[in-house]
Design a protein around this ligand. Structure first.
Ligand code: MLC
Length: 457
C-alpha cells in the first residue's frame, strides 16, 4: 500500500499563561514504579477510521485539518507530557518526562488511494498496510518522544487518525482519555475540559514506601536493549512484518457472552463464585481457540497474563484521571496446553482468569509488584504461547467523535500472536471486539474455531 506524505507538522501546546511560557522547562516529572517496566515495551499503536463522503482533498485541507490541528494544540495545554520527551540524567535512578519550550507533537499528514472499506473492516487485513497509517516514534539513547500522530486522507472515502505512544509514559487509560479530550475540543470547542477528561499530573499520590522503584529498575535493566548502557532509552527494533501477517477483528455479542457464562454455571457448583465478567468470558474463550489452533504436544508450556488498572485498587484510590501508567500484570504461567483444549478447557481458563482478577484486590500487591514483573518476563522464553490483552471492553473507543461522526472502526495494531486487543462493540452495548494478529494459516483456524464454538454454545 502506498502512502504519500504531504507534510510533517509540529504542533506545540497552546499555553495561555505567560509565566509558564517564560520558564525553560514547562514540566519535569519523574517516572513512577508503575511506569518503569513499560520502558522496554513496544510502543502501543492505534488507528481510528472515519468514513466521510465529503472527504475531498479541498474539504479535508480547508476544514478538517485546521480544526484537528487547532484542537490538538489546545488539548496539549492540559496534556503537556504528550509533547515532551523522556530523558535520563546520569545522576538519577530513573528517567523523567521533560517538556521544554517549543516541544511539540509530530503529526504526519498523508494521503492514500487504498481501499478504505477494506482497511476499516473486520476481515483479514495486511498488517503492513495498517502500519503505514501510524507514525514512527523517534528515540535515541538519550531521549525518546512520548507521542506522535498521523492523519491520513483516503480521498472521497474518509480519513484515519493513528498514533504511536511511549508505553513508559502512558497506559491505555491515559492515552484513551487524551484522545477523548482532543475529540471533545475538536467537536464542541468548549474550554475548559470536563473534569473527567482533565488529567491529574500529581505524582505524590503514588507513594514508594517500600523502595519498589529500585526493585523495578533492577528487573527492567536486565531487559534493556543496550546492555553496555543501562541508561539507554532505545527500544528494540520492531519485528519483521511479513506478507502473511494479517489482522482481523472477532466479535462477541452480549448474547454470546451470556450463553458462554451459562455454560460455565452449568459446569459445576463452584463456578457460581467465579468472576464471570464480559472480559473474563471473552479472554478465556479466545485463549482456548488459540491453544486449540496451535495444536501440537499437550505437554508444551503455555501462559497468559492480564493487565490490571490500579487507580481504583490502591488504598486510598488515585483520581480516575491520574496521568501515567497505573497498571501491572498478573499471570498464570507455564501451564500445560492440554488443560485448555479438551471439553473442560474453556471452564479451566475462566476459573484461572477469574482468580487472577480477584488477586488484583488482595493485600500486598504493590509491595510484591517487582516479583510479578519478573515472573512475567521469565515466562516469555519458556512459553510456546503467551496471552496478553491490550485495551479493555470499557474504553468507549467508538465515542471518539471529532465533529464528523463516530469512528467506523478502531484497531490496536501493535498486537501480535497471542497478544490480543479488546474494545467495546460499536453498535451494540455489552458486546466485545477482539483484535487478533497472526499468520493467515493460523488465523483461518482460529476464526473457524471461534465462530463454530459460538454457534454451538
Ligand atoms: C482486571 C480487569 C481487566 C478485569 O476486568 P473485569 O471486567 O473482569 O472486572 P471489573 O471488576 O473491572 O468489572 C466487573 C464488572 O463490574 C462492572 N463494572 C466495573 N467497572 C465498570 C465501569 N466503569 N462501568 C460499567 N461497569 C463496570 C461490570 O458489570 C463488569 O462486568 P461486565 O463486564 O460483565 O459488565 C479490569 O478490572 C481492569 O483493571 N482493566 C484495565 C485494563 C487496562 O487498563 N488495560 C490497558 C492496558 S495498557 C494498553 O492496553 C496499552 C497497550 O499495551 O497497547
Amino acid at each position: 500500500m502506498k502512502l504519500r506524505v504531504l507534510e510533517v507538522v509540529h504542533i506545540i501546546p497552546y499555553t495561555g499563561s505567560d509565566s509558564i511560557q517564560n520558564s525553560a522547562n514547562l514540566l519535569s516529572i519523574p517516572l513512577t514504579f508503575f511506569d518503569i517496566p513499560w520502558l522496554v515495551a513496544p510502543p502501543p499503536k492505534q488507528v481510528f477510521f472515519y468514513r466521510l463522503m465529503e472527504s475531498t482533498p479541498e474539504h479535508f485541507h480547508s476544514l478538517i485539518l485546521p480544526k484537528l490541528k487547532l484542537s490538538l494544540s489546545l488539548v496539549l495545554d492540559s496534556y503537556l507530557p504528550f509533547s515532551g520527551c523522556l530523558t535520563w540524567s546520569q545522576d538519577e535512578l530513573k528517567p523523567r518526562i521533560v517538556v521544554s519550550q517549543n516541544d511539540a507533537v509530530s503529526v504526519t499528514i498523508g494521503e492514500t488511494d487504498a481501499d478504505f472499506s477494506h482497511l476499516s473492516g473486520y476481515g483479514q487485513r495486511l498488517v503492513s498496510d495498517l502500519h503505514t497509517l501510524t507514525p514512527e516514534l523517534p528515540f535515541s539513547d538519550d531521549s525518546a518522544s512520548v507521542f506522535s500522530l498521523q492523519i491520513t486522507l483516503f480521498p472521497n472515502q474518509g480519513f484515519s487518525i493513528g498514533y504511536t505512544a511511549h508505553h513508559g509514559v502512558v497506559d491505555g487509560k491515559t492515552v484513551n482519555m487524551f484522545m477523548k479530550a482532543w475529540a471533545h475540543l475538536s467537536r464542541d470547542g468548549v474550554i475548559p475540559l470536563p473534569v473527567s477528561l482533565t488529567p491529574s499530573l500529581d505524582r505524590s499520590f503514588v507513594k514508594d514506601l517500600t523502595r519498589v522503584d529500585e526493585q523495578m529498575m533492577e528487573v527492567t535493566r536486565s531487559y534493556s536493549v543496550d546492555k553496555n548502557n543501562m541508561r539507554s532509552l532505545s527500544l528494540s527494533p520492531p519485528g519483521e512484518i511479513g506478507d502473511d501477517l494479517v489482522m482481523a477483528t472477532l466479535v462477541m455479542s452480549q448474547d454470546d457472552v451470556q450463553r458462554l457464562r451459562e455454560r460455565v454455571w452449568s459446569s459445576g457448583d463452584d463456578q457460581i463464585h467465579c468472576h464471570l465478567s464480559t472480559f473474563v468470558i471473552a479472554y478465556a474463550y479466545t485463549w482456548t481457540c488459540f491453544v486449540k489452533a496451535r495444536g501440537g504436544d499437550g505437554e508444551r508450556a503455555v501462559s497468559f497474563a492480564l493487565i490490571g488498572d490500579f487507580r481504583t485498587r490502591l488504598d486510598p484510590p488515585l483520581p480516575a484521571t491520574y496521568f501515567g501508567n497505573c497498571i501491572t500484570t498478573v499471570g498464570c504461567y507455564k501451564r500445560k496446553a492440554a488443560e485448555f483444549v479438551g471439553e473442560k478447557g474453556f471452564v479451566t481458563a475462566v476459573e484461572l482468569m477469574s482468580d487472577l482478577v480477584k488477586s488484583l484486590s488482595s493485600p500486598g500487591m504493590i509491595e510484591t509488584i517487582a516479583q510479578r514483573v519478573t515472573a512475567f518476563y521469565d515466562c516469555i522464553g519458556e512459553s510456546s504461547q503467551l496471552g496478553t490483552v491490550a485495551g479493555s471492553n470499557r474504553d468507549g473507543v467508538y465515542e471518539l467523535d471529532f465533529g464528523w461522526g463516530r469512528p467506523i472502526k478502531v484497531d490496536v495494531i501493535s498486537i501480535r500472536g497471542e497478544a490480543i486487543s479488546m474494545a467495546d462493540t460499536r453498535d451494540e452495548s455489552g458486546g466485545v471486539e477482539i483484535g487478533i494478529c497472526m499468520n493467515k494459516t493460523e488465523m483461518d483456524i482460529v476464526f473457524s474455531l471461534f465462530n463454530n464454538g459460538l454457534q454451538n454454545s
